[in-house]
Design a binder for this molecule. Structure first.
Ligand code: ADP
Ligand code: ASP
Ligand code: MG
Length: 387
């Protein structure tokens, strides 16, 4: 059971989370909780790091920002004792979350779950600090923003859990961000592939790595509200009977996705260098030998610039663009989705700078200021508010 930052925003909310964990324990389950840092704690720690240094040293950055999760999990363990149950809070390292050595966005490579198993055998509710691990070089690492989702899924996989429940501040996965499209509809279920595309396209309700992990290890995910008992959204295998088989399952957006143009460079060299700098390249376009266009997430912008500078090539960047993406497994077998997408954007005067597709996604880079109205228009054009 994973609880996000808003769900543990103050001590009253943490007590409520403790009651929920205890209720699951009393229903007969062995329970592992993964809590995020309280409210804006992580933002605040990151702000402090940048206040003290323009370029915080990577190891110390992780030592600092991993602290938030220790606070919330320890507090919750105390609350559980007061409810008459035993609990133990563990850091990522103590829980056996082993990662690679990339500070700030480490990948989980192994979960050594013996200590968690032992504590469960001792009848304890086990609380694991999300978003962090220990590297093969014995250093504390963090998993990137939203990384507590990944901690929870990795533990669920390692422990052979029945399911991984992601408790958050909305009732599930919606056809669009409910904060942007008020008419967005909660989905009962969707496939790992669809959720991967939505997460990769900016739907932060689940972190991308967590969905990847769930798909690779067959962990069924249940995204649901911390503040109600209602059923949420299941993220499952394509064969699962709970699926609705909609053509389009949702639209996602990012407000800013930097777009780079690079001239006169060998593509293999360019992308090898970006990969070595741990840049997560998104769209890649090459229509001639002279020019390559690619996009990368905002958090990788500085790393991209450094690589391009060091290559000594001619390049330019636009960071006044965001991206809207329409996602659905039904796209594979229904022609005309791209046509309708572009007609819809054209109809509201929005021009696409770059269009990219996968079998189940169509994505358009558009001006940042156009993103909200484009999301709303696509949601309406494809009638996503209706089941
Ligand atoms: P937590 O702190 O629980 O991890 P996040 O803020 O990371 O929560 O993710 C939940 C938020 O994701 C919601 O408040 C919502 O605004 C946003 N979101 C974006 N796209 C979607 C979507 N398609 N469905 C549901 N929520 C979405
Ligand atoms: N606290 C971390 C963050 O804000 C991890 C998480 O919440 O999942 O990104
Ligand atoms: Mg999150």
């Amino acid at each position: 059971m994973k609880f996000g930052g808003t769900s543990v925003g103050d001590t009253e909310k943490i007590k409520e989370v403790a009651r929920r964990l205890v209720a699951a324990r009393e229903a007969g389950f062995r329970v592992v909780g993964v809590l995020s840092a309280m409210g804006d704690t992580t933002d605040e720690l990151i702000r402090l790091a940048h206040e003290i240094s323009p370029k915080p040293q990577a190891r110390e950055y992780d030592m600092l920002v991993s602290v938030g999760e220790r606070i919330s999990n320890a507090l919750c363990a105390m609350a559980i004792y007061d409810l008459g149950h035993e609990a133990i809070s563990l850091t990522g390292s103590q829980a056996g979350i082993v990662t690679d050595t990339v500070h700030g966005k480490a990948k989980i490579v192994e979960v050594r779950a013996q200590r968690v198993h032992d504590s469960l055998d001792d009848e304890k509710i086990v609380l694991v600090a999300g978003f962090q691990g220990v590297s093969s070089a014995h250093e504390v690492t963090t998993l990137g923003r939203g990384g507590s989702d990944t901690t929870a899924v990795a533990l669920a996989a390692a422990l052979g859990a029945t399911a991984c429940e992601i408790y958050t501040d909305v009732e599930g996965v919606f056809t669009a961000d409910p904060r942007i499209v008020p008419g967005a509809r909660k989905l009962a279920a969707l496939t790992y592939e669809e959720m991967l595309e939505l997460s990769a396209s900016g739907a932060k309700v689940l972190s991308l790595r967590s969905v990847e992990f769930a798909r690779n290890h067959d962990v069924r995910l249940h995204v649901r509200s911390t503040f109600s008992q209602a059923d949420g959204t299941w993220v499952v295998d394509e064969e699962d009977p709970v699926l609705e088989k909609a053509i389009i399952s949702g639209v996602a957006q990012t407000d800013c996705e930097p777009l780079f143009r690079v001239r006169e460079i060998d593509a293999a060299t360019l992308f090898a260098r970006l990969a070595a700098a741990s840049v997560n390249v998104d769209t890649i376009l090459q229509t001639s030998m002279e020019e390559i266009v690619f996009s990368a997430p905002l958090e990788d912008r500085d790393a991209c610039k450094q690589v391009l500078e060091s290559l000594g090539v001619e390049w330019s960047m636009r960071d006044d663009l965001g991206k809207v993406s329409l996602v659905g497994v039904g796209m594979k077998s229904h022609p005309g989705i791209a046509a309708k997408t572009l007609a819809t954007l054209g109809g509201i005067g929005v021009e696409s700078q770059v269009i990219s597709t996968s079998p189940i996604k169509i994505a358009c880079h558009i001006r940042t200021e156009d993103v909200p109205k484009a999301v709303a228009a696509l949601h309406e054009a494809f009638e996503l508010e209706r089941a």
